[in-house]
Design a protein around this ligand. Structure first.
Ligand code: DOR
Ligand code: ZN
Ligand code: ZN
Length: 415
């Protein structure tokens, strides 16, 4: 047995104790434990690794932007030890063959554990996607997405999905309400993709809440929070919708779907998050190459990287006293794991030993050039964050002192 000692986040609070690890799992948590290898982190924090239920690592097909190796390395350095990867690849991951091909291709290449979404297009047979971890639907067009627009398609899908018990994550913007026009700014982008498109999509999905498990991706406006309150739907908020808004001078670097909205939206989603009212933190890490973003606003693709900076920036909000640690751990670790059926997201007996060690004194400034995504930029340049010093993936140290010391041991999670 190996032992990790430090200030653990255990049973809802920080306490000085030891974690016993065997075969990659946590086998005991006690005040004192003796083991073969003993890692003593003193008064530093030992937290569960984050689980990001929404990333786009671009494999196969767009490896000029990112690939699974760089995307997962970026996750690892950000303290994210498990990701769920989206299906809007080239070709899209929407049937048994494309899913198997993607799964085979990723084997042995990831730094963190991962699960794969199966994308749903109008003709998709849900039974052909039995090897996916969860399902994804786009109700509104976005980057390389396959769309579901018709009510009867949605109704058919809901019947088939309910039998699987798996979650359906939805990009909730009603396609019919999106306008095509010349766009030159973030405000134009917001106008093209109005908040009503998100609200209508959520209203539509609420009618399915008793039929299947639905998760709303990246909630972007305050009215959505009101609609979702008290419903059976789970939802995600992204760091960018909580820290950036359309009044900021970001140009196409801030172009994303759903759009960045007003300062009041941003502040309200962040405040709800800090009160524990947002179930999950998800980065929607969607890297694009700098030359694509520099093409001019209208031409630039939507999406921004974030898997390395999300958890780490929110840890800084904890240090600043804005966000309770237990709220962050719940939204970034525990709830994503519980929602998507992963044996992760908490320090507890039986869970995978995925942990990060944080020294609250070691605040760092974010620099795009220091991050590990292939895209090489970040919309959060110069902001501060608390990056992990040490990261354990299933009981093995993979990052120590901020450098890689272990092997790529990420694997596809059991379904
Ligand atoms: O801005 C976005 N980018 N929204 C999406 O829904 C897709 C994503 C991407 O894959 O680039
Ligand atoms: Zn989306
Ligand atoms: Zn996305």
């Amino acid at each position: 047995m190996d032992v990790v000692e430090g200030k653990l986040f255990y049973q809802g609070k920080l306490q000085k104790a030891c974690i016993g690890i065997e075969d990659g799992r946590i086998v005991s948590v006690k005040k004192v434990l003796k083991g073969d290898e003993h890692y003593d982190f003193g008064d530093r924090l030992v937290l569960p690794g984050a689980v990001d239920p929404h990333v786009h690592f671009r494999e196969p097909g767009q490896t000029n932007k990112e690939d699974f190796q760089t995307g997962s390395l970026s996750a690892l350095f950000g303290g994210v030890t498990c990701v769920l990867d989206m299906p809007n690849n080239v070709p899209p991951t929407i049937d048994a063959d494309s899913l198997k091909e993607k799964s085979d291709r990723l084997r042995g290449r990831s730094w963190v554990d991962y699960g794969l979404f199966g994308g749903i297009a109008p003709g998709t047979k849900i039974s052909s996607l039995q090897d996916c971890h969860a399902y994804k639907v786009f109700l509104g067009s976005s980057t390389q997405s396959t769309l579901i627009k018709e009510e009867n398609d949605l109704a058919r899908i809901s019947n088939e999905i309910s039998a699987t018990g798996k979650v359906l994550s939805v990009h909730a913007e009603e396609d019919a309400m999106l306008r095509r026009m010349d766009e030159g700014s973030l405000r134009d982008h917001e106008e093209c993709r109005p908040r009503q498109a998100e609200l209508m999509a959520i209203e539509r999905l609420l009618r399915y809440q008793d039929r299947m498990r639905i998760n709303i991706c990246h909630v972007s406006c305050r009215e959505s929070l009101v609609s979702l309150k008290g419903s059976k739907l789970t939802f995600e908020a992204t760091p960018h919708h909580m820290l950036l808004d359309s009044s900021m001078d970001l140009g196409a670097w801030g172009k994303v779907n759903p759009p960045l909205r007003r300062k009041a939206d941003r502040e309200e989603i962040l405040a709800a998050f800090c009160r524990g009212e947002v179930p999950m933190l998800a980065t929607d890490h969607a890297p694009h190459a700098p030359d694509e973003k520099e093409r001019g606003f209208g031409e630039a693709p939507s999406g921004m990287p974030g898997v390395e900076t999300g958890f780490s920036m929110f840890l800084l909000l904890v240090k600043k006293g804005v966000l309770p640690l237990e709220v962050l751990i719940k939204a970034a670790c525990h709830t994503p794991a519980a929602t998507f059926g992963l044996n992760k997201g908490e320090i507890a007996e039986g869970r995978d030993a995925d942990m990060v060690v944080i020294d609250p004194r070691e605040v760092r400034q974010i620099k795009g050039r220091d991050l590990h995504s292939k895209c090489g930029w970040t919309p959060f340049e110069d902001r501060e964050a608390l990056f992990p010093q040490t990261v354990f993936v299933r009981g093995k140290v993979v990052i120590d002192d901020g450098s890689i010391v272990g092997d790529r041991r990420g694997r596809e999670v059991p379904r």
